[in-house]
Design a protein around this ligand. Sequence first.
Ligand SMILES: Nc1ncnc2c1ncn2[C@@H]1O[C@H](COP(=O)(O)OP(=O)(O)OP(=O)(O)O)[C@@H](O)[C@H]1O
Length: 264
Amino acid sequence: MTHAGHSLRIERLKFAYGDATILDGIDLSVHEGEFLALLGPSGSGKSTLLRLIAGLEAPTAGLVSAGGRPVAGPGTDRAVVFQHYALFPWMTVVDNVAEAVAKAHPTLSRGERRERAQAQLARVGLGEVGRHHPFELSGGMQQRAAIARALALESPFLLMDEPFGALDPINRARLQDLLVEVWRGSSPRRTVVFVTHDVDEALLLADRVAVMGANPGRVIAEYPVAFDRPRQRAALFKDAGFHHLREEIADALDADTLAHLEAA
Ligand SMILES: Nc1ncnc2c1ncn2[C@@H]1O[C@H](COP(=O)(O)OP(=O)(O)OP(=O)(O)O)[C@@H](O)[C@H]1O
């Protein structure tokens, strides 16, 4: 048997709510340390697929495995970041992160947890705000704190559901850069699944893009994204290869939408 490491495998996955089939026939692998973007239109089941990987939903048929073991529920090996910050409002920012540190290192003292939490906050540029409560922070800062919290779990898998979707373009760009910097700077690298409906975001961040179509949700195409890293937006947006890939993806999405309209 080959060593699965921190890879993900999704095999013949089907997911239905009652009679409504949301996902069908999904086969997808993400290898250890890879950054995969799940891209698709609204309703193609991206969030549902991420929730299945997170263990927040159970497959109707087929299998999801993480690190060679079937996913049977949520676990501290898979940190999740949602679009809307999942911070506890009654705790200070540093305590929010310290709570995640405690999950990764249950034997640490309260002081040590806070110290590590503080270091994690500094890493995302929030070294000064630990003693505040989440509501005292801007949206961008709250999302930074949510990322710090996810990183503090030290989990090999990072699952992100449109984490920057609610941010203004400047904060969005900053957090995209921060995420890639943290991901590239970690050893071993985390295995990332990042849901987005933004083609440019997928091509800027990911090693590979899995494009999903709707009715039912399934993977219609996969594209390796081989641009050198670190990637600079300005250079990338001028690159002919970038535009070519963008068009191919847009064509795949259009062809799928058209096929459904014709079948309807
Ligand atoms: N709890 C639920 N009960 C019934 N149907 C649901 C439920 N949650 C999601 N769905 C349906 O599942 C389908 C996929 O939803 P999902 O949120 O996974 O798509 P998505 O690609 O992430 O969309 P978006 O980009 O809008 O977030 C949709 O048709 C949605 O209506």
